[in-house]
Every structure is written in C-alpha cells, then in structure tokens.
Design a binder for this molecule. Sequence first.
Ligand code: HEM
Length: 433
Amino acid sequence: MDDRAGTPPTLFDWEFASDPYPAYGWLREHAPVYRTTVPSGVEAWLVTRYAEAREALADGRLSKNPVHHAESPGARGKTGIPGERSADLMTHLLNIDPPDHTRLRRLVSKAFTPRRVAEFEPRVRELADRFVDGMLRDGTGQADLIHEFAFPLPIYAICDLLGVPAEDQDDFRDWAGMMMRHVKPGQGGGPRGGVARAVKRIRTYLVELIERKRATLGEESAADDLISGLIRASDHGEHLTGNEAAAMCFVLLFAGFETTVNLIGNGMHTLFRHPAQRAALQQALARGDHALLDPAVEELLRYDGPVEMATWRYATRPLTIGGRPIAAGDPVLVVLAAADRDPARFDAPGTVDLARRDNPHLGYGHGIHYCLGAPLARLEARTAFATLLTRLPDLRLAADPAELRWRGGLIMRGLRTLPVAFTPGTAPAAQGK
Ligand code: HEM
C-alpha cells in the first residue's frame, strides 16, 4: 500500500456488492496486489491492475488445483465451486493444470466446436422469442427480467446443446435455481445445503444420462448432441472416462449458466442506465443494422461483466506479482472487474461506449483457461439483447436503481431481480437477422 493511501475501503458488504467499482479504483491506485480475508475466512491476494491481472491469468506458477492451497485455519473447503467437493466432480477444467488440462481441453474442443455453436443459433432465437412471448402473454406489462428471461434462456439452451431430453429440462431448471441460491454479503463461498443437494442430483442425473447415451452410440438413431460428441471424442485413442464426462458436463453447465444469466441482467441494467447508448443500439437494430451488436456485447462485458473475479488460483512456489512477494500456497484472486476499468489500459474506462473499438477486456479470462464457451455466450447475449430491444421497444426499469439488490457471491456479479415494465401488445414480429 502506498503512503498516501489512507484507509482501505470496506470490501464485501452490501454497499460493495451494489457498486464495487469505487473500491476497486482505490485498490488499483493504492494497493494493486492486496491481501485480504474474503467472507468465507480464506486469506487471499486481490490483483486489480490490468497488466498484472493479464500476466497472472497466464502464469503457470499459479495452479488451479486446490491441493496447492496452504489452507488457512478454519477455511477448509471454502474455496472453489460450492458443493462440488462433496459430489466428486472435482476433476474439471477449472480445477486442473497441464498436462491433464491440456488433454481434457483438447477432447472437449473436438465436440464443442464453433460450428456446433453456430448451428445452434436458430434454437437460441426460438428460446428468446418464447420467453418474450411469455412476458407478453401475461398481459400486465410488468416482469422480472431475470426470472422470466435471463434465467431460463441459458439453462434451456445448454440442456438442448448437451442433449438433455425435453421432459427432463424442467428438473434442470429447478436444480440450477437451487445452485444460484441467494448468497448474502459476508456469507459467500461456503458449500451450503441446497447447493450441495442440487450438485448431487445433477451428478446422479448426468452419470445416468451419459451411460444411456453411451449404450446407444453405435445405433443409427444415436443423437448428434454434445454429450454424444464428448463420448465419441478421442485423443490418441484415449476417451473421457464416465466421471470425466460427467465433470465436463457439470462444468459446462456451471460455468455457462449463471454467467450468461448475469451478462443479460447486468447488460440490460447498464443499457437502462445509459439511455443514449441504448437508443443508438435500438435504432440501429430497428433498421435491421446489426453491426453495433457485437461491439456492444463486448463493451457490456467490460463495463459490468458477470465474472467479477476469475476462479481461485494458488501459488505453487514463492513468486512476486506487481512487486509483492506471494508465498507458496497463497490463494490469488484476479479481479477482472477491476482490471477491465483500468485507466492505464482503457480510454475513459468508466464510460459506456457501445462502439468501443480497442477493447481487449478480460471478461472471458486469458491464457489456457480462457472461456471455452465464449462463442456460445456471445451468441446467447447477441440474441437476448436483439430480441428484447426489438420486440419490447419501450422496455424500461420499473424500480428505483438504488433499491436493486445484487447477489453477494465472490466470483459472480449479478442482480437478484430486475423489475421491468413495457407496453403489452406492441411487440413487432419476432426479430430476424
Ligand atoms: C457471459 C458469459 C460467460 C462469461 C463472462 C464467462 C467467463 C469465463 C471466464 C472469465 C473464464 C476463466 C476463469 C478463470 O480463468 O478462472 C471462463 C472459463 C470457462 N468457461 Fe466461461 N464464461 C461465460 C459463458 C460460458 C458458457 C456459455 C460456457 C459453456 C457452456 C462456458 C464454459 C467455460 C468453461 C468450460 C471454462 C473453463 C475453461 C478452462 O478452464 O479451460 N462459459 N469463462
């Protein structure tokens, strides 16, 4: 911390959850590599400047494997994804290092291809239209955009992509709801009953589904879904084991669900708070001009993205980050939200500019753990914003912005609810592209 610093800001309380950016601005300036205790009791280093954040994300001396955590007393089990330890789903991409990571990532990349995602576009559009239809059918002109649109869209999309049969998808919606439980500031991070139960049910279901698909793989009627693709994929004659395939499906679900809910929620919230920017995008879309859509999605990710901090990393040996010595075993949290507003990297970082060109944000991470689902996330976000802005042109926030409540988790940033109003019955036909 530098000498002019004064008192460090309070982290992880309600005020911080609503708007962490002033605190991150202070840390970036005065204590860019800052040791603190997170709500679960773990002591960790927060890295907040862009240059050091990018470097740390690609630093092979920082492991993703929790075995390298020199656990602080009483902190056992309180890093990582809540509930997963009890459910034997540890061996997934976000918890492993090379060479295992390299092998598993290569295998999944053979099945989860950009082409598979591109072919999925009509289905995502259909889903987005279906949830807007539901909001309109209700007739009140009011809705919670999180509950009725942002939440179901990615869960049904990933179910379809994986090949979860339609009749089981409502169960997944329930389990996902249990996982996205309400965490209050000061409580985030630890495994809790509902989450652990949901993880267990998802695991049991996935293991059975994978076995069923494996049994019918040779048949002509075998499905061409992502799970079947994962079972078929081989690398030098090696296939995924049943447990590896279940853990892979779990991480696709876990990493791809709440993130997308919050990209849609945070993104619409940003658009509501920046009406001129929103109007420019909306007018372009109304003319059938989609050129602004892709840069807009990237800017919404940079400005208030869903992944506030990258997942846990642990120093495997003594090292320095930004001149600060980090001991072997220390946990490191790279604060993407802080890095993406670093004035040393971005012009006017606190300004929303949907047409921003120079935007190498870290919202999808960096290095070997760079988001595997980024093409799908981009597709879903593009479709969600375009559908909402064209079909509900007068969509507006129906709450005092100061009253909105944010979830208090450490890694994810998102709204609990986003009350909106719109004129029912004015929606033009489903958007085309
Ligand atoms: C807006 C949506 C999304 C955002 C902002 C996002 C962000 C991220 C970030 C920051 C990481 C790196 C974490 C780290 O290094 O600690 C990551 C990794 C990952 N993401 Fe995403 N993600 C999104 C959507 C998705 C989707 C839709 C999927 C798949 C269905 C997905 C699958 C994954 C996987 C499997 C990893 C781990 C990759 C690895 O360790 O090699 N993500 N994501």
